[in-house]
Design a protein around this ligand. Structure first.
Ligand code: ATP
Ligand code: MG
Length: 251
């Protein structure tokens, strides 16, 4: 970490990589998590490593949806725990959401390690027991918590696999997905798709939630009713293509 020069143009990005390597050493992450991060980095590079307007819009509506939900749940995996443990806890407090550790590669030791990180960051309760199953998914990937994801009306997830997102949608849940890749199956099937890095998205959702908490449910429902997810995804794709076209002219 000390070896990254202070003036390195990709310093932020290199520091994040260090965090993930550390998480790998602490059994919070599996090697596949590093690969997923690399795919995300590529899209973030193309997005200009900033929260663009389509992400900001989706983040505002996500805050409204979490605030009016009956049983909102934040689904946490290794990448999220490595990058934004504090923000996850803060978001759960501001929106009254439960926190559940839910892994693609389910492993009890890793679940405990992730739960410990969240508790160290102030979480009072972390759901870890896989005592219910998501229909249509096979193997250990389908195990979820009965009081958590299984009975949730709104699930916020990030860096999730497309199959599982689709299965949650089939269970009639609303899914808020944070995914830098607008082309992923998760992005294309979610109810609200946030095309942004979790390190920027979650703090921005927290800020919106603190403001929107003062609004009445009618106003929150109105904000949600005006939202069009297809339009948001399409704007993100157009942004990427326009940005590359502009950059190619500037050469
Ligand atoms: P899908 O299964 O939905 O089609 P995928 O197979 O392309 O997606 P996965 O490895 O299943 O991808 O999930 C990882 C996703 O998380 C990738 O789309 C990647 O762009 C995204 N991602 C990685 N790091 C971040 C991050 N820091 N913030 C937001 N998204 C990220
Ligand atoms: Mg996948």
């Amino acid at each position: 970490r000390d070896m990254i020069p202070k003036n390195h143009p990709r310093r932020e990005s290199l520091l994040l990589r260090e965090k993930l390597v550390e998480a790998l050493e602490n059994n919070i992450l599996v090697p596949q998590g590093l690969i997923a991060h690399g795919r995300g980095e590529c899209f973030d590079y193309l997005l200009g490593e900033k929260t663009q307007y389509f992400a900001d819009d989706a983040e505002k509506v996500a805050a409204a949806m979490l605030l009016i939900a009956k049983n909102p749940v934040i689904s946490v995996n290794g990448n999220m725990a490595a990058l934004v443990p504090e923000s996850i806890v803060k978001l759960s407090e501001v929106t009254n959401s439960k926190i559940e550790v839910n892994l693609f590669y389910r492993d009890e030791k890793r679940i405990d390690a992730i739960s410990d990180v969240l508790i160290k960051n102030g979480a009072k309760n972390v759901l870890t027991e896989g005592n219910a199953v998501i229909p249509e998914l096979f193997s250990e990937r389908r195990r979820v918590n009965k009081e958590g994801i299984f009975s949730a009306d709104v699930v916020l997830l990030a860096m999730e696999d497309g199959d599982r997102t689709e299965a949650l949608i089939k269970m009639n849940k609303k899914v808020i997905a944070i995914d830098l890749n607008p082309l992923s199956r998760t992005s294309l099937t979610a109810t609200i798709t946030i095309i942004d890095n979790v390190i920027r998205a979650i703090p921005n959702i927290i800020n919106y939630a603190m403001v929107l908490k003062k609004e009445n449910p009618d106003e929150l429902n109105y904000i949600i009713s005006q939202y069009n997810n297809k339009k948001i995804i399409s704007e993100s794709m157009k942004f990427l293509s326009d940005r590359l076209a502009q950059l190619s002219k500037d050469l």
